[in-house]
Write a protein that binds this ligand. Structure first.
Ligand SMILES: [Fe+2]
Length: 189
């Protein structure tokens, strides 16, 4: 099944303490372990014909899986040598077209991140209508756009910033935006 990815190369990332990052890597690994465990438990429940247990275990899978995969989108796009988005790139042009300007996209992404609660901010590409949206996802699972592609993913759970920033979430978002390797993000579009 799934193997946790290693993100030790991110230690020393500007705006993030090693303590915060190391704790965050451990939390992420928990989702990988639990995704595997959930799958195995469901198979075992099915073997003994326990449909109630099977159903309840299956119900949890998406939560664990998204907890795993969203962290991978998040960490994969960070880099100690961040790269800005090339203004000649297809993604830059599309962001400007759909949001009005790159600054407007930035404001919208940050405003979404400023929402109360725990969850994720995701720049999604609706591939059916070819449209970009910044979306708030509650916890790991409520609010995703069915079948569409996550382009940029921000962890807006408190564990992602409180150790370093307390309640100053906008400062965390600022550090995140500065640490983005837009080459990786561009590759998702
Ligand atoms: Fe997280």
């Amino acid at each position: 099944m799934y193997t946790p990815k290693k993100y030790d190369h991110l230690l020393g990332l500007a705006g993030f303490s090693d303590q915060l990052l190391q704790n965050h890597f451990k939390l992420y690994e928990g989702y990988v372990v639990n995704s595997n465990k959930n799958f195995e438990l469901a198979q075992n429940a099915l073997k003994v014909g326990n449909t109630y247990e099977y159903g309840e275990i299956k119900r949890r899978f998406g939560w664990e899986f998204n907890g795993m995969r969203l962290h991978e989108y998040y960490f994969d796009a960070l880099n100690k040598t961040a790269k800005v988005l090339d203004q000649k790139s297809v993604l830059y042009k599309k962001i400007c077209k759909d949001f009005g300007s790159f600054e407007k996209f930035n404001d919208d992404f940050r405003s979404t991140a400023g929402m109360r609660g725990i969850g994720w901010v995701i720049l999604y590409h609706d591939t059916v209508a070819d449209k970009l949206f910044n979306i708030w996802v509650n916890e790991h699972d409520v609010g995703h756009l069915a079948g569409e592609k996550p382009i940029l993913v921000l962890d807006a759970f408190e564990h992602a910033f409180m150790t370093d920033y307390g309640l100053k979430k906008p400062d965390y978002v600022e550090a995140f935006m500065k640490g983005i390797d837009w080459k990786v993000v561009e590759g998702r579009f």
